[in-house]
Design a protein around this ligand. Structure first.
Ligand SMILES: [Zn+2]
Length: 275
């Protein structure tokens, strides 16, 4: 799933093309993709976006007149692209907007189960929808992160991914951040020392900045991640083969030497715990 660095790179790429012209046609939209019906999608026609904003992993497209906000969440396999006038468009996009002059914004989702979503809101509805999100991960300082880690006793990998506590990080970047911070994914948040929290805050900002730079340069997953999906490859810090463990409903990647004092982490899949 695209996370903060990926979505911020998208935001920067889309900002100018989607705000250059008013909207000429809104839709078509796949029934599973468009999640709202009031205000109706046609309300966008004739209006112009002021640009693209981002909150956590979501993109927001506010109209210049301040009356509407289009919200997009790509989930696992949604992809956005802009097309110039006359450029061939996919036959059945999940969602499309056409601008005056013929350029387009297209959302595609190459998956049987449609998960990506588009919502059309008033600014008040959009604010209510985003209210539950914690502060943005990029730019979060050590003092603020200290409050968050002290507020709840959670395993670090789960805490970093909880959008209500910190917005923008998912499973890939929590692997990258914890590796950079040299902290165990299973460490309990309340047990971190002040020095460890500072290291975590620094690693979070460094890794998300690094990811954003890579993604803006068009880097693939393999060239962006240092540890995520790299089972058995040597850790780029110490050379130890990277390990993996199943935790809750997904897989964590970590380095035994850098992060867990040589220990192997135990499988904590929900299915195992329920047995
Ligand atoms: Zn290592």
């Amino acid at each position: 799933m695209p996370e903060l660095p990926e979505m911020e790179a998208w935001r920067r790429r889309l900002n100018d093309p989607v705000s250059a012209f008013p909207i000429a046609k809104a839709g078509p939209a796949h029934i599973a993709t468009l999640k709202t019906f009031d205000p109706p999608l046609d309300e966008l026609v004739g209006r112009q976006f002021s640009g693209v904003e981002r909150r956590g992993k979501r993109l927001l497209f506010p109209t210049r007149d301040g009356e509407l906000v289009l919200l997009v969440h790509l989930m696992t396999s949604g992809r956005l692209k802009t097309l110039e006038a006359g450029e061939a468009a996919p036959k059945q996009p999940a969602f499309a907007l056409e601008f005056v002059g013929g350029s387009k914004l297209i959302l595609t989702e190459n998956a049987r189960r449609k998960q990506a979503g588009v919502w059309l809101y008033t600014p008040e509805q959009a604010a209510a929808e985003l209210e539950h999100l914690g502060p943005e991960a990029l730019g979060l300082d050590a003092a603020h992160l200290t409050q968050i880690v002290r507020s709840d006793s959670r395993r670090l990998h789960a805490l970093l991914r909880d959008q209500r506590l910190i917005a923008g990080i998912g499973r890939s970047w929590s692997n990258e951040i914890l590796h950079e911070a040299k902290l165990s994914p299973y460490a309990l948040s309340k047990e971190l020392t002040d020095e460890e929290v500072e290291r975590l805050a620094a690693a979070m900002n460094e890794e998300l900045e690094r990811g954003l730079k890579r993604r803006e340069a068009g880097a693939t997953d393999a060239k962006t991640y240092r540890i995520h999906h790299k089972l058995g490859e040597p850790c780029d810090v110490c050379g130890t083969p990277i390990a993996q463990v199943d935790f809750e409903s997904h897989t964590i990647y970590y380095c035994r030497t850098c992060q867990t004092g040589g220990r192997e982490l135990k499988d904590r899949r929900l299915s195992r715990l329920l047995k």
